[in-house]
Design a protein around this ligand. Structure first.
Ligand code: ZN
Length: 219
C-alpha cells in the first residue's frame, strides 16, 4: 500500500488528497454552483464546486470513517507510549529494583503528587508538545532538579538528552557550558579519546592538545 508521511505519522496515500474527478456542472447562476464528481471509490455525487476546488471536500465521504479510525488508533498509540513513559519515571524513582534507581530514587529524585496520577501526567504531556520522538527531561529547566513536576519538566530530543545526562562531563568554554560530547562535535575531536584522557585526570585543554599533536601533527 502506498503511504504518505504527515507530522511524523504514516497514512494511506489518499490521506489529505483530493480524489474527486469533475464530471459535469449541474447548477448554474447561483452563489454555490454544484457539480457531479466521480470519487476514486466509484461513487458519483453532486457536490459544491468551490468546496471541491478549495479542497474543503476531498472525497465523496467514503474516507470519513477511515480517517476517524486512523485518528483513534493514533491516539491510543500515543496513550500507550506515554503510559510507558510514566511507568518508567515512577519506577526509576520508587522501585529499588530498577537498574536506574540509584541515579534517581536513590539520589532523592521524586515525582510530584499530581503526577502520581497517570491521567494528570497524560494531560500535561499532550498539552506540552509531546510527540513520540521526544523524551521526558527534568534537568533542562532546573539544573540538577530532584522532582518530576509540570514546572520542572519538558520534552527534549534523544540527542539533547544524552548531552544533559548527569554523568556527562561538562566543560566551560568561552564562558559557555558544554556537554563534552557536544564540544567535541563542535571542534571536530574524537569524543572517546578525549573522554578517556579527561577521565585519566587531564583537563579538556590538555586532552585536546595531546589529541591534536598526536593524531594530526605527528610525524
Ligand atoms: Zn468515495
Amino acid at each position: 500500500m502506498e503511504t504518505v508521511k504527515y507530522k511524523g505519522y504514516t497514512y494511506p496515500a489518499w490521506f489529505g488528497k483530493n480524489i474527486l474527478t469533475f464530471i459535469k456542472q449541474t447548477t448554474f447562476k447561483c452563489k454555490h454552483p454544484k457539480a457531479i464528481f466521480l470519487c476514486e471509490c466509484g461513487v458519483q455525487k453532486e457536490l459544491d464546486m468551490y468546496s471541491v476546488r478549495n479542497s474543503v471536500i476531498k472525497n465523496c465521504g467514503c474516507k470519513r470513517s477511515e480517517i476517524s479510525r486512523i485518528k483513534a488508533t493514533r491516539y491510543s498509540h500515543n496513550i500507550k507510549k506515554l503510559n510507558s513513559c510514566h511507568r518508567g519515571m515512577m519506577s526509576r524513582c520508587y522501585n529499588e529494583k530498577n537498574v536506574e534507581y540509584k541515579n534517581y530514587g536513590g539520589r532523592g529524585v521524586t515525582v510530584c503528587g499530581e503526577w502520581h496520577n497517570y491521567q494528570n501526567f497524560l494531560n500535561w504531556a499532550l498539552n506540552n508538545g509531546w510527540n513520540e520522538a521526544l523524551q521526558l527531561d527534568k534537568d533542562k529547566i532546573v539544573k540538577d532538579n530532584k522532582i518530576y513536576s509540570p514546572e520542572t519538566c519538558c520534552f527534549i530530543t534523544a540527542r539533547e538528552n544524552t548531552n544533559h545526562r548527569r554523568n556527562t562531563v561538562e566543560i566551560f568554554n568561552d564562558g559557555k557550558r558544554y556537554a563534552l560530547k557536544e564540544l567535541c562535535e563542535l571542534e571536530d575531536l574524537n569524543y572517546n579519546i578525549i573522554q578517556k584522557k579527561i577521565k585519566a585526570g587531564v583537563s579538556f585543554y590538555v586532552a585536546k592538545y595531546q589529541y591534536l599533536t598526536k593524531t594530526k601533527y605527528a610525524t
